[in-house]
Design a protein around this ligand. Sequence first.
Ligand SMILES: CC(C)(COP(=O)(O)OP(=O)(O)OC[C@H]1O[C@@H](n2cnc3c(N)ncnc32)[C@H](O)[C@@H]1OP(=O)(O)O)[C@@H](O)C(=O)NCCC(=O)NCCS
Length: 165
Amino acid sequence: MSDFVCEPLGNQHDRALVDCGVSILNEYLVKYAKQDVKRKASAVFVLVHRAEPRRVIGFYTLCATSVLLSELPEAMTKKIPRYPEIPAVLLGRLARDIHFPRVGELLLSDAIARCVRVASDIAASLIVVDSKDHAATRFYEKFGFLSLPKFEGRLFLPMQTAEKL
Ligand SMILES: CC(C)(COP(=O)(O)OP(=O)(O)OC[C@H]1O[C@@H](n2cnc3c(N)ncnc32)[C@H](O)[C@@H]1OP(=O)(O)O)[C@@H](O)C(=O)NCCC(=O)NCCS
């Protein structure tokens, strides 16, 4: 069993100590994440160590979105249903505490696995991510995410590819 677990953000989690190295993400977790959960704007999942289950090591957010078929690269449109709007899951934010390097992959793997599970109940053909800079884009590309040509910083992963990961 892994020492780490990803679980929905709850009252037991201490968010104040987290330092992702990006103030806007720290602030999101402390000030807005609980509100987003309450208002169903985003689901927020946190990574904790089993030995210290209150301490948040990293987090990610998921919500429903859609992508216009016309926004996808031509080659991709052959593999998905040709409806004008394609249902997708948006991985809006993902970050880990600077004191816990090398858990980014764990967070992203958990997010992808969750998207695959959810998509079997409520269909979604793509996972979409918003990358905040070039470094984050390279991180996502390592896992097979492809750029959405018409949107700077937005990448996608076909759910069929995610299922194989
Ligand atoms: C992006 C982030 C989550 C990566 O976390 P991490 O703990 O460094 O990731 P891991 O060490 O698990 O990396 C997994 C793989 O991605 C690679 N990787 C990580 N960051 C990378 C980068 N900037 N460029 C290229 N590859 C990168 C790693 O080398 C590793 O590959 P390897 O196993 O072949 O060595 C982390 O840097 C972070 O929280 N950054 C601040 C917030 C952020 O940018 N979030 C993303 C967009 S909102």
